[in-house]
Design a binder for this molecule. Structure first.
Ligand SMILES: Nc1ncnc2c1ncn2[C@@H]1O[C@H](COP(=O)(O)OP(=O)(O)OP(=O)(O)O)[C@@H](O)[C@H]1O
Length: 814
């Protein structure tokens, strides 16, 4: 299904827009300049873009993209949070290898991903700031823990009765009473591992673990036997938190909006998110709620399936109970619909509220530690710790992990005897250039990569793009590395997503890219190499913003608000202008590649961008690239000969066409060729110079003109961005003072328009006529008085419009 097909359709008459009629593709004619064999060759080559790993390789050095019929819908839906929706997944990304016949063809099928406000996973979590000293203190605490953990501890199998108890927040003390969990931080655990127990397949996308930090001094041991696994956890936290924190001031004292995740992505609440409740309902939902709601929810939580977590008092120095709880193996992936909610709360207020409540807590750390040690009778590991909230804050903390895989490892003794190769769990963390980033959930996956939401040690949320190199041919890997180059080049440009850090594990490959040459053109990357890119995090992409906007307007008579359009269109233009000025052609412009970061659109995904050589204004691509619905005619025919025998090249105008498609979609809720469903139909109609794009009526004729300026079939006729930025739609001309006769004429036309308001086409004609009367020519008004031709042209335009209007009205009344 077309990506745009997922978008809400603008109601035709209600919006006073004429929907372009779905014209069946003309299968008999094509303007494509190739001869028939060439045509076939092109088309076959077009299908060759998908190169699964391990297939035959090319000796031509080129970056390639693969056709992605359907992307995984990792972004879950919900209603109440600003969503980050993965509309992009539903798009066809097509790369057409030029001049190569391919046996295997991939039809540009479209995904059926729903895009209408369906996710809330990506609502940003804004953690509270952490003082550097806090981190240090926490680190010290971990050291203390490290010292103690080596001492033998009795292991009690207190969990066997109910392995879910911990997850649900039920600790089973000797009296059998359930205890509340006072403070929790959750981390991911492999749901699929839990469910399937497939030791080979360690796909942690569907996982979630919980690490809960308890300040409840009365909690008895739940998890004592997993001391070694706990050590792993602590090591990870220790490493994570001991990383230099440079940007903690970025985040404010209030933390976290709401996050909801389904099984494919499981964002975790980091330790510094302070306080939360973990709620798991009977249908396997896990929710983390704010402390602000703690009391409110206490009663319901105590009725079974809720784990409550709260921020310890700042003065409360306490021990850290660490353990792991296994998640019941009976849970299935499909049933594992994990939902975490972290609601914003005011940390200082929270502290004020909590202090009296916890006034009974021992203030002497040693006392508490002592008590903890005694109280848990060696069943648990106690750590005198200060939580990372403030330097005066500490907690009884209990870390729980429900990673059954790890438990197995620990149980089998491997965890303790095997030498530790890594000091972090790769399932919970990414390490880029020595810095750890904790996984919060998978944002999505592109044709070649997967992108994760992560949090750094200084509590900043980033997007981490991970590209697997193994098995890819070197040319492709080379292309991936080039994205880094472009992003480096675009550093500091505020309308381009910023690359914070990166690592290419295959250093030789990166070196070659940086040197601009590639020695190993043949062969595939054998080593288990990856590219990691730490990027600014975008909250929502334009595709989903659009779908939301249309959804809001659904059922109303409104048309797309001109000011909304102007606001974002200008940002889109400026972003693309930035790269064009740097002589970079993006080649895959589409709404999904514009991300909203702190209220402004930024351009992403330079995976197939190309630099324009200094001696030419166009680039000759080795492959044709883009996403079908936004691909320019020349992108389909790249490197072919045009009617004049010139080689067709893709340059900046190709991006302008894509921008025209985006604007069209912003105005009408669908792309210009959305009615042509198959690759073939699109190919044919887009490459046909005689095909007329149908524009529905719009209240502002400048808007119509703007779309036409971008979607001119002839690339030389398309406007460039500097012109577009000055277009009257963005910079409306001061309305001229009309003469009385002009005013009279306009009134007359408006009268006619009023009488035929239900006839959209007639309304549009009236609109255009009035525009001509008000300001005769959109482009050459200045020349009008001096050019007889222009005057004649204007008159003929007017008479043409009058004639059409006359015909229209005559037909409708007849
Ligand atoms: N910085 C970011 N912040 C938030 N989400 C991001 C970020 N970068 C990428 N994404 C999301 O991750 C997904 C894939 O990203 P991206 O487009 O960069 O990958 P790709 O492999 O190049 O995709 P494709 O080539 O298929 O367009 C998209 O859904 C995109 O919205």
């Amino acid at each position: 299904m077309d990506r745009e097909a997922n978008l809400p359709v603008a109601p035709g008459p209600a919006r006073n827009l004429i929907r372009p009629t779905a014209k069946p593709p003309d299968t008999t004619s094509s303007s494509f300049s190739s001869s028939p064999p060439d045509f076939l060759r092109n088309v076959q080559a077009a299908f060759k873009r998908h190169r699964p790993l391990g297939t035959g390789q090319s000796d031509i050095l080129r970056p390639r993209r693969i056709l992605v019929p359907q992307r995984e819908g990792s972004r879950s839906s919900a209603s109440n949070v600003g969503p980050m929706l993965d509309t992009k997944k539903s798009q066809d990304v097509v790369s057409l290898s030029q001049g190569h016949m391919a046996k295997d063809s991939i039809v540009g099928t479209k995904s059926t991903a729903t895009v209408m406000g369906e996710t809330q996973e990506d609502a940003s979590i804004t953690p509270p700031s952490i003082l550097g000293t806090t981190t240090k203190t926490f680190d010290e605490s971990l050291h203390q823990f490290d010292a103690r953990r080596d001492q033998p501890k009795p292991i009690t199998d207190c969990q066997d009765n109910d392995p879910m108890a911990s997850l649900r927040g039920e600790s089973q003390d000797p009296g059998g009473q359930k205890k509340e969990m006072e403070w929790i931080a959750s981390s991911q655990v492999e749901a699929s591992t839990i469910v399937n127990h497939d030791s080979k397949h360690r796909n942690f996308q569907n996982t979630e673990s919980e690490i809960s930090l308890r300040s409840d001094g009365g909690i008895t041991s739940l998890l004592a036997k997993r001391t070694t696994a706990v050590q792993d956890q602590l090591h990870q936290f220790k490493n994570f938190l001991s990383q230099p924190a440079t940007q903690s001031s970025v985040v404010g004292p209030s933390c976290a909006t709401t996050t909801s995740v389904h099984s494919t992505s499981a964002p975790m609440l980091n330790l510094t998110t302070c306080s939360s409740h973990l709620h798991r309902d009977s249908s396997s939902h896990v929710a983390v709620e704010s402390l602000g709601d703690f009391n409110k929810n206490a009663s319901s939580a105590s009725q079974g399936n809720m784990v409550k977590l709260s921020n310890p008092s700042p003065k409360d120095t306490s021990g850290m109970l660490i353990g792991q709880a296994s998640i019941a193996a009976k849970a299935s992936n499909s049933a594992m619909d994990i939902r975490m909610e972290v609601k914003e709360y005011d940390l200082s207020k929270e502290r004020q509220n909590r202090v009296p409540k916890e006034s009974n807590a021992p203030e002497n750390p040693s006392l508490l530690d002592d008590k903890s040690t005694k109280g848990y009778a060696g069943d648990v590991t106690n750590v005198q710790s200060q939580p990372p909230l403030s330097k005066n804050t500490s907690s009884n903390a209990k870390l729980e992990s429900s990673k059954s895989e790890k438990q197995e490892r620990v149980a089998s003794g491997k965890g303790t005897s095997a030498p530790r190769k890594r000091n972090y769990d790769p399932d919970l963390f990414f390490k880029v250039n020595g810095k750890l980033y904790q996984r919060l959930g998978k944002i999505g996956s592109g044709g070649s990569s997967e992108v994760h939401k992560v949090i750094s040690a200084d509590c900043t949320i980033y997007a981490l793009k991970k590209i697997k190199l193994k098995g890819r041919d070197y040319a492709t890997a080379f292309g991936f590395c080039q994205e880094i180059q472009y992003l480096n080049k675009l550093k500091g440009k505020n309308n381009i997503i910023q690359l914070i850090d990166y690592e290419v594990t295959d250093k030789a490959l990166l070196q070659e890219v940086m040197n601009g040459c590639m020695s190993n053109k043949d062969g595939r990357v054998k080593d288990d190499g990856y590219i990691y890119m730490v990027l600014e995090y975008g909250e929502i992409d334009l595709a989903h913003m659009l779908s939301q906007k249309w959804k809001e307007m659904d059922g109303t008579n409104q048309t797309m608000d001109d000011n909304w359009l102007r606001f974002y269109w200008q940002q889109i233009l400026q972003a693309v202008n930035t790269i064009h000025e740097e002589r970079i052609v993006h080649s895959d412009l589409k709404p999904a590649n514009f991300l909203l970061v702190k209220g402004f659109l930024k351009l992403i995904d330079f995976g197939i961008a190309k630099a324009i050589m200094s001696d030419t204004t166009n680039i000759q691509r080795d492959s044709q690239v883009g996403t079908l619905s936004y691909m320019s005619p020349e992108a389909f025919m790249c490197n072919e000969n045009d009617a004049n025998g010139n080689i067709i090249k893709c340059g900046r105008p190709s991006d302008i066409w894509s921008l025209g498609c985006i604007l069209y979609q912003m105005v009408y809720g669908r792309t210009p060729f959305s009615e042509y469903k198959t690759f073939w139909a699109k190919f044919k109609v887009i490459t046909d110079p005689n095909h007329e794009i149908i524009y529905g009526p719009v209240p502002n004729p400048w808007l119509l003109d703007l779309m036409k300026k971008c979607l001119a079939w002839d690339r030389n006729e398309r406007w460039r961005i500097p012109q577009l930025l000055e277009h009257p739609f963005l910079v409306p001309p001061v309305p001229p003072c009309l003469t009385s006769s002009q005013e009279q004429s306009c009134k007359l036309v408006r009268l006619i328009a009023d009488t035929c308001a239900s006839d959209q086409e007639a309304s549009m004609l009236c609109c255009q006529l009035e525009q001509l009367l008000r300001e005769p020519d959109l482009e050459t008004a200045a020349q009008l008085l001096t050019s007889r031709d222009q005057q004649c042209q204007l008159l003929s335009q007017m008479s043409k419009l009058c004639f059409q209007l006359h015909e229209r009205l005559a037909n409708s009344t007849g």
